[in-house]
Design a protein around this ligand. Sequence first.
Ligand SMILES: *Cc1c(COP(=O)(O)O)cnc(C)c1O
Length: 233
Amino acid sequence: MTDEYSFVNDNLAAIRENIAEEADKCGRNAEDIRIMAVTKTVAPEIVNRAVELGVTLLGENRVQEFLSKQEAYDRSAEIHFIGHLQTNKVKYIIEPMTMIQSVDSIKLAQEINRLASAHNKTMDILCEVNIGGEESKSGIAPDGLLELIEAAVSMENLRVRGLMTIPPPASGDIFLGRMEELFHKIKDTTSAGSEMDVLSMGMTHDYADAVRHGSTLVRIGTGLFGARDYSKK
Ligand SMILES: *Cc1c(COP(=O)(O)O)cnc(C)c1O
């Protein structure tokens, strides 16, 4: 059967196949790699197609856009925040989201902890690492990571589940390899290491490489929904 949105069916099938193939090549289980559908600029009806097809996780970049779309989303998927987050916007996402992947400062962690506590919940977080040391990107520098993690681990209403990164474009897999190393080092040396089971890396252009470097969560936008059209968000 084909319809207006069947390109999502085809794209998802191809992504699943690529992940299975890559996992197989490096001796991993494809079931250990979760696919996130990144929804920025994509209409909720199209996002919902991915959910119907079994995608259990959506990724949101912008608080405003999320708020305007959330009512129309299929409720069966979990939602994580993956974009740059200002402390004054945390209040809008503390309830609907199950994880904030873009924590990159102690100040932000403190605010999430404060609001999670007020809502009687424990928020899962990832620390976002600026692994390429790019000026223009958010994320904590690798040499500040341990301090951020230790601080977050001590906050009662946060659970530090791992690391997230967006490596520099066209850098091959050097930075994916560095993240893999860093993830294992952090797991082995921090008090909450046993709770760290998420390494979120890999997007449309590099998810197969990311799988080879131990990613447990790939974040796919373009590869699933097509090129983004910012004019009609
Ligand atoms: C947009 C975005 C993605 C997805 O990028 P694609 O190249 O479209 O797959 C993944 N992660 C983050 C944080 C993003 O902002």
